[in-house]
Design a binder for this molecule. Structure first.
Ligand SMILES: NC(=O)c1ccc[n+]([C@@H]2O[C@H](COP(=O)([O-])OP(=O)(O)OC[C@H]3O[C@@H](n4cnc5c(N)ncnc54)[C@H](OP(=O)(O)O)[C@@H]3O)[C@@H](O)[C@H]2O)c1
Length: 199
């Protein structure tokens, strides 16, 4: 398969690329590094990306920012980060990807278990992750016949515990390598409309 990974240079993205490149041709993208440059918060940038990459068998996203902060102190701008980047960036990526999938192709997005396992300072992330999961469940119904869409929803990565550990007391974190297997299941499996929780 030819697989486009957006967010390939990140902590999760690197593990996903390592898993998929063992069996597939992987092309990488992000705002600042990889085979192609894209800002998925900008629809024109996504369209340009697909003009350059052409048809693919799978599109994987491990990209998207979201702000953390106290519920009542977060500014509208801070809430907007998650909505514009992680939520709508991935939604627009999925919609454009749907037009550039080979028969049998798939899209896999990333959310996070804060959708169902909230923490202090995580309201925006919970909001965005729940929305992504809801979008994927619904989008699968109308995705082009023969194509699929799923989302991987992991808890905090073991590799990110230095930065996020204090917010996730009680969690030992999950190795990025194990999260990468959920992306592999989505890309190489046959299911659609699924949320793969990795905890
Ligand atoms: N780390 C965790 O513990 C964890 C747990 C659950 C869910 N998640 C979610 O998983 C995703 C990846 O997390 P991570 O820790 O791997 O993040 P990361 O290390 O910061 O990597 C993010 C990747 O996405 C790219 N990116 C960011 N904004 C982009 C944009 N607008 N357009 C295109 N590419 C963009 C970055 O590259 P450039 O900067 O070059 O664009 C980078 O390759 C995030 O959405 C995060 O919320 C993370």
């Amino acid at each position: 398969m030819k697989i486009l990974v957006v967010g390939a240079s990140g902590t999760m993205g690197k593990a996903v690329v390592d898993e998929l490149k063992q069996r597939h041709e992987v092309v990488t993208a992000s705002r600042t590094s990889g085979d192609y440059k894209v800002d998925h918060g900008d629809l024109q940038s996504i369209r340009t990306l697909f003009e350059q990459v052409g048809k693919v068998d799978a599109v994987v996203s491990t990209a998207g920012n979201v702000s953390f902060g106290a519920l009542l102190e977060m500014t509208p701008e801070q809430y907007q980060v998650g909505l514009s980047s992680k939520l709508m960036g991935q939604v627009f990526l999925a919609l454009e990807a749907a037009k550039h999938l080979n028969p049998g192709g798939s899209v896999t997005l990333v959310a996070g278990t804060l959708s169902k396992d909230p923490i202090r300072f995580g309201a925006s992330a919970s909001l965005v992750n729940s929305a992504i999961e809801g979008f994927v469940r619904a989008a699968a119904i109308e995705f082009p016949p023969g194509t699929r869409i799923n989302v991987v929803s992991p808890t905090v990565l073991r590799e990110s515990m230095d930065a996020y550990g204090p917010y996730f007391r009680g969690s030992e974190g999950v190795p990025a390598k194990r999260v990468a297997l959920a992306f592999s299941k989505s890309v190489e499996g046959a299911q659609t409309g699924q949320v793969y929780f990795v905890e």
